[in-house]
Design a protein around this ligand. Structure first.
Ligand SMILES: [Zn+2]
Length: 121
């Protein structure tokens, strides 16, 4: 069975990258509305905002990355970053945990939600 979990930092990075392309695509669509200044401006503005948003996401991931704990993956022996209580290896998607309580338990993204953490303890 293939693990569907991906490293959070990688996931957010992919999201930021796709946001850049979406922003450019929206601005490109705006070119087709040359006849309407209003529509063209609207598309350009939305596209521009998407591009700005991706820059913000990139900045945010930079901040998160410094806070993430660097570990050596026990599976592929490459250094990876763990964000939150459970995360997956950047290289081999091996589920990793920072909590000894969760050691050996099945990987679950739910462990990162604060409410559920409280309920369990
Ligand atoms: Zn690994």
């Amino acid at each position: 069975m293939q693990l569907k979990y991906t490293n959070k930092i990688n996931k957010i990075r992919t999201f930021a990258l796709s946001l850049v392309f979406i922003g450019i695509a929206i601005m490109y669509i705006g070119i087709f509305f040359k006849t309407s200044i209003f529509l063209m401006t609207a598309f350009m503005l939305i596209g521009f905002l998407a591009t700005i948003a991706s820059a913000v996401v990139y900045f945010w991931i930079g901040m998160l990355s410094t806070r993430a704990i660097q570990v050596v993956c026990p599976n592929c022996e490459k250094p990876t970053k763990v964000l939150g209580r459970v995360d997956a290896c950047m290289h081999c998607k091996q589920p990793l945990t920072m909590d000894p309580e969760l050691d050996g338990k099945e990987f679950d993204e739910k462990y990162n939600i604060k409410k559920i953490q409280k309920k369990q303890s």
